[in-house]
Design a protein around this ligand. Structure first.
Ligand code: KIV
Ligand code: NA
Length: 265
């Protein structure tokens, strides 16, 4: 199997072939997602939400993200594994940012890291890239800033914020980021950004003009019933499938149907 690299993603954009990405946080899921043929797997800090049940992504720690990344990497043969650096592990200064990125690569076994922001973290991006670590940027609705935004609504609808996003997108490319996630921004703006950059953009709620798409695994397989933004397409209804299977098991045990003779020694 030929492993996907940051160069592969660059070439996919050049060849106008769309890039696919999904999240995973554990070994078994990572195996299935890799087998399905995605180009890249994101160990997202959305683990704070879907794995741990937190309201926001802020509480998850670097140690916890490293653990999730180790689990995912063991299950992956082909996809490029990108891991989020969590809130508070890169914003304060470039040295700390590099230390966090190094831990994620060395202990976690990630192939690349992702961090949220543009100009305000430029020195950190530069430092991490200069250490030979591939960096994926993330602009638009950056969930680690949710308390500043106050809402999960679409970002950059106003010209001023759109201009700033375009500038930040150019900047992260100049700083050497290999790709850029665009989250929940108008499709026209995402198209404009994608056309103006040579590095690939990966969109979530950012329309079809991006060079690739990413979704949270639990959302796309329908495990997450409470979350249904317009941008989400559900491919399965696993919440009902799984709770239905559990309730069948419960009734089979209660009734004495399980285990039967063939299922006994
Ligand atoms: O943490 C995450 O899952 C993400 C994606 C939604 C881009 O950052
Ligand atoms: Na994230």
């Amino acid at each position: 199997i030929k492993k996907v690299t940051t160069e592969t993603l660059r070439k996919l954009k050049f060849d106008k072939e769309r890039i696919t990405m999904l999240t995973a946080y554990d070994y078994t899921t990572a195996k299935m997602v890799d087998a399905g043929g995605v180009d890249s797997i994101l160990v997202g800090d959305s683990a704070a939400n879907v794995m741990a049940g937190h309201e926001t992504t802020l509480p998850i720690t670097l140690d916890q993200m490293i653990y999730h990344t180790q689990c995912v990497v063991r299950g992956v043969e082909r996809a490029l594994v990108v891991a989020d650096l969590p809130f508070g592990t890169y914003q304060s200064n470039p040295d700390k940012a590099l230390d966090s990125a190094v831990r994620m690569m060395k202990e976690g076994g990630a192939h690349a890291i992702k961090i949220e922001g543009g100009e305000e973290i430029a020195d950190s991006i530069r430092k991490i890239v200069n250490a030979g670590i591939p960096v994926m940027a993330h602009l638009g609705l950056t969930p680690q800033s949710i308390y500043q935004f106050g809402t999960y609504k679409v970002r950059a609808k106003e010209q001023q914020e759109a201009d700033r996003l375009l500038k930040d997108a150019k900047l992260v490319e100049e700083l050497g980021c290999f790709a850029l996630v665009l989250e929940k921004i108008p499709a026209d703006l995402a198209t404009q950004v994608s056309k103006s950059l040579s590095i690939p953009t990966i969109g979530i709620g950012a329309g079809a003009g991006c060079d690739g798409q990413v979704l949270v695994y639990h959302d796309m397989v329908g495990m997450n019933q409470g979350f249904s933004p317009k941008f989400l397409r559900r491919y399965l209804d696993l919440y009902n499938e799984i709770s239905g299977a559990v309730s069948k098991y419960v009734s089979d045990v209660k009734s004495g149907d399980f285990p039967n003779e063939n299922e006994s020694y």
